[in-house]
Ligand binder design. Structure first.
Ligand SMILES: Cc1ncc(COP(=O)(O)O)c(C=O)c1O
Length: 394
């Protein structure tokens, strides 16, 4: 707004400015303002170099002689330089979404506040350091910053938390602070659709590799975003659409949080405290707190509506594995490929290995596509536990 007024004033375009602005008034009086410095707005000869943030109010237009009204614009600036930017509050499980948001906020001069599921906060401490490196603030969830967090802590001070609880805290934070907005990293359909670039690119990569459609497409499923990102572009080709002739789509989840394989299909809250709208999905109940498995990003009681509907209508299969078998697959992959997958990713790898073994058994060639959703370099404590026989198999 301020830029626009300045431009119109400099170009002597008071009349269109007056028409555009009308008699609007706004009652904002920020004590702090952040701004993006745009050198192209500088007109040094006119003494209008933008060397600081300014907030414009009290714009007055006075009628004068001649064709166009002559005007003066009274401008007052407040909050020079630094300011309090809007805050983004979010939840994070494994810490990938929290890291991504912390970095993005850092790029745009916004504050980022992350409620990180307590189990992951303690299992993956370097994720917190990543977020803090990008200027984010991180607390273990449940925390005593919110009513939702306090209620859980009162019931169970040693709780490992869950994604549902962390969502309640972030939503409450945003709902009770006007300068705070909530960002969700999975579960909702629009998040899934953003990620479909993964599947669209995978299609092109397969084509370049001289393959047609894959026989099976797999992804680990926490809220459903990486799986959907890879699988949704294959829906028009898949078995459900083609009477069993297209690629099979497979969701892989932990036995400790078997939403798609054992949950009920029902309307349920997306968060523990029941603050979100109800979503039609498979759910283990919004108060379900899964055991603290190392795949923290898969500890969610529900799943994205699109994924749940695909499963419900037979267009997608779902399979669940205990974490011991998942870590066996992770070790096999790490030793043969040289990269160490995240425990969440290792679910998809377990599924892919079992598909390959089934194909071998059947004497068939199968093109198996899975999503390598993240590395496990910040999960080495989990590998350590597995290597030294300390991993609890749930
Ligand atoms: C590496 C990794 N893979 C998968 C997931 C599961 O999330 P989603 O189901 O939204 O893809 C997570 C979540 O934190 C993750 O960190």
């Amino acid at each position: 707004m301020a830029d626009l007024q300045l431009t119109l004033a400099i170009n002597d375009e008071f009349k269109p400015a007056a028409e555009f602005l009308g008699t609007q008034t706004v009652s904002r009086n920020p004590t702090h303002v952040t701004y993006t410095y745009n050198p192209t707005m500088d007109f040094a000869a006119d003494g209008t170099a933008a060397g600081h943030a300014y907030w414009v109010y009290g714009v007055a237009l006075r009628e004068g002689g001649g064709e166009a009204p002559l005007g003066t614009i009274d401008v007052r600036s407040e909050g020079f330089g630094l300011g309090d930017a809007p805050v983004n509050a979010t939840e994070t499980g494994a810490g990938q979404w929290g890291s991504a948001l912390a970095f993005a906020c850092n790029q745009f001069g916004l504050e980022c506040f992350v409620y990180m599921v307590a189990a992951s906060y303690h299992q993956k401490p370097y994720r917190r350091v990543m977020m803090e490196t990008w200027g984010g603030q991180v607390v273990p969830s449940p925390s005593d910053r919110t009513q939702a967090g306090k209620a859980i802590l009162a019931r169970d001070p040693d709780t490992s938390g869950s994604l549902g609880i962390a969502i309640s805290e972030a939503v409450e934070d945003a709902a009770t602070h006007p300068d705070t907005h909530y960002s969700l990293g999975s579960v909702l359909n629009h998040v899934l659709l953003h990620q479909t670039v993964i599947g669209l690119e995978a299609k092109q990569q397969l084509e370049q590799a001289g393959e047609g459609l894959p026989d099976v497409v797999l992804g680990s499923c926490g809220g459903g975003s990486n799986l959907a990102g890879l699988a949704l572009p294959f829906v028009p080709d898949c078995g459900g659409a083609n009477g069993g002739n297209g690629p099979r789509l497979v969701a892989v989840e932990p036995s400790a949080c078997p939403t798609l394989t054992e949950g009920r299909f029902d309307y349920d809250f997306g968060d523990e405290a029941g603050m979100t709208p109800k979503i039609l999905m498979y759910t283990l109940g919004h108060e379900f707190i899964p055991p603290p498995i190392h795949a923290g990003g898969l500890r969610y009681h529900g799943d994205a509506p699109i994924i749940c509907n695909l499963v419900k209508n037979g267009w997608m299969e779902a399979v669940a594995y205990p974490q011991g078998k998942v870590f066996e697959a992770a070790m096999q992959f790490a030793r043969s490929q040289g990269t160490i997958p995240a425990p969440e990713t290792a679910h998809a790898i377990r599924g892919a290995i079992d598909e390959a073994l089934a194909a071998k058994e059947a004497g068939e060639e199968r093109v198996i596509l899975f999503n390598y959703s993240g590395h496990g370099l910040l999960d080495l404590a989990a590998y350590d536990a597995f290597l030294h026989g300390q991993l609890v198999d749930v």
